[in-house]
Write a protein that binds this ligand. Structure first.
Ligand SMILES: Nc1ncnc2c1ncn2[C@@H]1O[C@H](COP(=O)(O)OP(=O)(O)OP(=O)(O)O)[C@@H](O)[C@H]1O
Length: 269
């Protein structure tokens, strides 16, 4: 935070307010995210975390202030493939009859104005897709029907889909929700690899402990505003002690021993 900013920020919100229809949900947010930062967005249910992410993506309405992405006004960003979004509570419907690689291939569609049937995909394209599946650890399931995968594995398919589009900025809304401790670690490792390859991330989470190795900065949202922005280690339990997990219908609830809160600051970096 003390080093001067040499490069253009990936995201810059200035006094940004976001909402839906007539209702403003988030007000006056100032947030600058530099390349390579991994931001955890924390805070109680309904505080506006997802709305900030959606606002950055243009999926929630900007009612005042400005949003810049990669140094340009967000609504003028022509190359949307620079953004990779994994929405909240999203798994794959059992109604979808598709394999893992077919779903991940959708991530490549923005790179191709005209949809090509899977068999006609160029070799290089198929390699990108294959690599994305390998990175999330689903290599041995690439031809499996997604409906046969667990909720946590489906989350990884969606991360692979976002990854396949080779984005510079990942916006992940509760990627570890409903994922057991072991698989949270798998996910954290996947994200760590993406960070090592230069990705910037904004991650909405109630499970900072699972991501502590990669998070460089924490932002706490309360009542539609940012109340903390700084090192994750400086946060005390009470900063987001009222957080609750989602218990998604399509995901098994997390085991009761799952750590719910940020650990005490002693061992955090
Ligand atoms: N599409 C929508 N239309 C109208 N209101 C919405 C919409 N999405 C969210 N809201 C409202 O905006 C407020 C903030 O919601 P948001 O999803 O941003 O919270 P959050 O901090 O991400 O919560 P959680 O931890 O539960 O995911 C809530 O009051 C919610 O009801």
């Amino acid at each position: 935070m003390t080093s001067p900013r040499l490069a253009t920020p990936v995201v810059r919100l200035r006094s940004a307010s976001f909402g839906y229809a007539e209702r403003v949900v988030v007000t006056g947010v100032d947030l600058t995210v530099d390349a390579g930062e991994v931001i955890a967005v924390l805070g109680p249910n309904g505080s506006g975390k997802s709305t900030i992410v959606k606002g950055i993506l243009g999926l929630a309405q900007l009612t005042s202030g400005t949003v810049e992405l990669f140094g340009e006004a967000a609504d003028e960003l022509s190359d949307r493939t620079r953004l990779g979004y994994v929405p909240q509570r999203h798994t794959l419907s059992a109604a979808i009859k598709a394999t893992v690689e077919e779903i991940v291939a959708i991530g490549r569609v923005p790179h191709h104005p005209v949809w090509a049937p899977w068999r006609q995909y160029r070799r290089s394209e198929r390699r990108v897709i294959r690599d994305a599946i390998d990175v999330v650890g689903l290599g041995s399931q690439r031809t499996h029907d997604v409906a046969t995968l667990s909720g946590g594995q489906q989350r990884r398919v969606l991360i692979a889909r976002a990854l396949a589009s080779s984005p510079e900025l990942f916006l992940l809304d509760e990627p570890t929700a409903g994922v057991d401790v072991g698989n949270q670690q798998v996910l954290a490792d996947v994200l760590a690899r993406l960070v090592a390859s230069g990705a910037t991330m904004i991650i909405v989470t109630h499970e900072l402990a699972a991501l502590r190795d990669i998070v460089t900065r924490a932002v706490v949202v309360r009542d539609g505003g940012i109340t903390y922005d700084g090192p994750p280690a400086a946060l005390s339990d009470s900063d987001h002690a009222h957080d609750h997990h989602h218990h998604d219908d399509d995901l098994a609830p997390p085991p009761s021993h799952l750590p719910r809160q940020i650990p005490t600051t002693g061992s955090a970096r």
